[in-house]
Design a protein around this ligand. Sequence first.
Ligand code: IPE
Ligand code: IPE
Ligand code: MG
Length: 236
Amino acid sequence: MSGLPQVQHVAIIMDGNGRWAKKHDLPRVEGHKKGAETVENLINYIGKYGVKYLTLYAFSTENWKRSEEEVSALMSLLAFFLEDKRQQMLDNKIRLRVTGRIDGLPKEIADSIYKVMEETAKDYEYTLILALNYGGRAEIVDAAKKFAEACISGKISPDSLDEAAFRQYLYLPDVPDPELMIRTSGELRLSNFLLWELSYSEIFVTDTLWPDFNEEEFRRILENFGKRDRRFGGRK
Ligand code: IPE
Ligand code: IPE
Ligand code: MG
């Protein structure tokens, strides 16, 4: 879009659903439902800004600590989202990918994820990555395990390990790092999100609660991103 910077990969910590519900005197699950609508809108407009990859933090490895009622409501919403948005993803040429421990999710959900991932991988322009049962530390630990196994089987030697080689063991090694990471609801922390990949991302925190996040704000964030001086540790 003219006048706006090109951002290939945007990652978002979608936070504040619970507080939105509280503010409107509704049960927490209503906040999550409204948050899912924000996702639906976002995937409809983000393509026109040239964003090729969108990663959404939907469920962390720590979110299992929430009440059984909330976890099961979140899983039901996810199952509904996968079924309901399947066609929208196919129509909009969006490929679904998942980062996280897929096999730690309830079996019906994991099956449905594998199905939609396969269907949408054939013909696509954009990639929607859902971070599900995702933890940044878990990702690094899982990568270290895979690396150790490759060493034991003699495929690689520890001496040959460097950052580029280690990246190959992460969940989605071919996906470029996000240039921009947005967190809603004002919290100034990473909450175990993409610890490796966010090393040099520009961070933008907005007080807006996720269910209230909209295109106008997304545009403003992109404008702000365009004014940032990304130095990667160097100096001109
Ligand atoms: C984010 O909203 C959604 C998930 C973590 C699944 P929260 O549920 O964390 O909302 P707050 O932080 O309690 O407002
Ligand atoms: C991060 O939000 C996880 C997701 C948005 C899925 P949380 O609400 O779980 O994070 P904390 O508890 O505020 O750190
Ligand atoms: Mg939260």
